[in-house]
Design a protein around this ligand. Structure first.
Ligand SMILES: Nc1ncnc2c1ncn2[C@@H]1O[C@H](COP(=O)(O)OP(=O)(O)O)[C@@H](O)[C@H]1O
Ligand SMILES: Cc1ncc(C[n+]2csc(CCOP(=O)(O)OP(=O)(O)O)c2C)c(N)n1
Ligand SMILES: [Mg+2]
Length: 323
């Protein structure tokens, strides 16, 4: 099947039609209308074979995850998903693979009212780059820079499940299907992000691990924080590993959680508790923002945790200051 046949058959009509798409797939550019009073939120992420997913991974799941990670960034700004573009690099034109990929991508796009409006298809080592475009009422986006001393730090869902799935797979051990699902099919917390407009002072999505990603909020806001390990929301799988090894790197630094971490003034804590019930999503306070710089991680016995690795880093050697 030719490049243009593939595009026409699988990518010309993914996600719902939207009245703000003046022109979608098929011309040199897409033409998109930004509604009055809205600001455009844009983010791009690449998933590379062998780095972000295993080469033999179910293509439907690759389609899902390649969009989910972008939706998670929109969620972290409080933005509403609108449009996506997709750059697909494929070693061969395997129609079964492409159909399954488009199914996973399209299902998630439809669930969030998002339309695929353009992209690029090339031959090369398997990789997928997705740019997402969202809309947020002007002035309402939630940045990383708004955290203030005395605020509560919350996270959604549970932490470390995807990291445990990856660790078990790499060790050749069996992985429970629910854990595997957390790694391959993360559920972006878009509704939560939107509901936190006007409530959260700062927010980030957890792609690299809580310690590193919360560190980005602290740096952007010029504040510090105290985290209490006993408060971390863990599934029994992760809790067992932590109890057996006293190694907290799974929930703090393994990454791939795609949960939201956000800060709220104390007066808004009851709103967050109600939101948790409304959305049927666990929202857990894990610590506090303070004015002293740095991240202080408290063990259940009150002692301080020697920090594990700060989170996933594609070029860790660069941290040593070496060229
Ligand atoms: N090659 C690049 N060119 C320009 N900006 C980049 C590049 N890579 C990353 N960024 C920007 O650096 C910031 C941090 O990137 P990243 O850690 O990938 O964010 P996220 O975890 O939200 O995907 C983001 O604002 C991102 O847009
Ligand atoms: C095969 C495989 N190896 C390793 C990982 C773990 N992993 C790869 S990238 C990454 C961090 C998130 O990716 P990144 O490109 O840093 O996303 P961003 O922070 O830009 O959103 C993690 C935890 C994985 N998911 N799959
Ligand atoms: Mg990124």
């Amino acid at each position: 099947m030719s490049e243009f046949d593939l595009i026409g058959r699988y990518f010309a009509a993914l996600g719902p039609e939207r009245s703000d798409v003046v022109l979608g797939v098929g011309d040199d550019c897409a033409l998109l209308e930004i509604p009055a009073g809205q600001t455009l939120a844009v983010s791009i992420d690449t998933l590379a074979s062998g780095v972000h997913f295993f080469a033999d991974c179910d293509p439907e799941h690759i389609g899902h995850k390649s969009l989910a990670v972008g939706l998670s960034d929109l969620a972290a700004m409080g933005a509403e998903p609108a449009w996506a573009t997709l750059a697909l690099t494929l070693p061969e034109s395997d129609e079964n693979w492409i159909r399954a990929f488009a199914t996973g991508f399209g299902r998630l796009a439809s669930a969030h009212g998002m339309r695929l409006v353009g992209g690029d298809t090339t031959r090369g080592p398997l990789s997928v780059a997705v740019q997402v475009h969202g809309l947020v009422p002007t002035g309402a986006a939630i940045r990383r820079s708004g955290a203030r001393p005395g605020e509560a730090i919350f996270v959604s869902g549970t932490l470390g499940d995807a990291g445990l799935a990856l660790r078990r797979k790499l060790a050749g051990e069996p992985v429970a299907p629910e854990l595997w699902h957390r790694l391959e099919c993360p559920e972006p917390r878009v509704a939560l992000g939107r509901h936190l407009r006007g409530i959260a002072s700062a927010m980030i999505d957890l792609s690299d691990g809580l310690a590193g990603d919360l560190g980005h909020i602290l740096a952007a806001s010029a504040v510090g924080a105290e985290l209490e390990l006993e408060r971390l929301p863990l599934t029994s799988w992760v809790a067992e590993v932590v109890a057996a090894t006293d190694d907290w790197s799974l929930p703090l630094a393994s990454g791939d959680d795609y949960e939201l971490c956000f800060c709220v003034p104390p007066a808004h804590i009851p709103v967050v508790e109600r939101l948790s019930e409304t959305l049927g999503l666990t929202l857990t306070q894990v610590g506090w923002i303070r004015s002293d710089a740095g991240l202080d991680v408290r063990r259940p016995d009150g002692g301080q945790l020697r920090m594990p690795a700060r989170g996933y880093d594609h070029f860790p050697a660069a941290n040593d200051g070496a060229d």
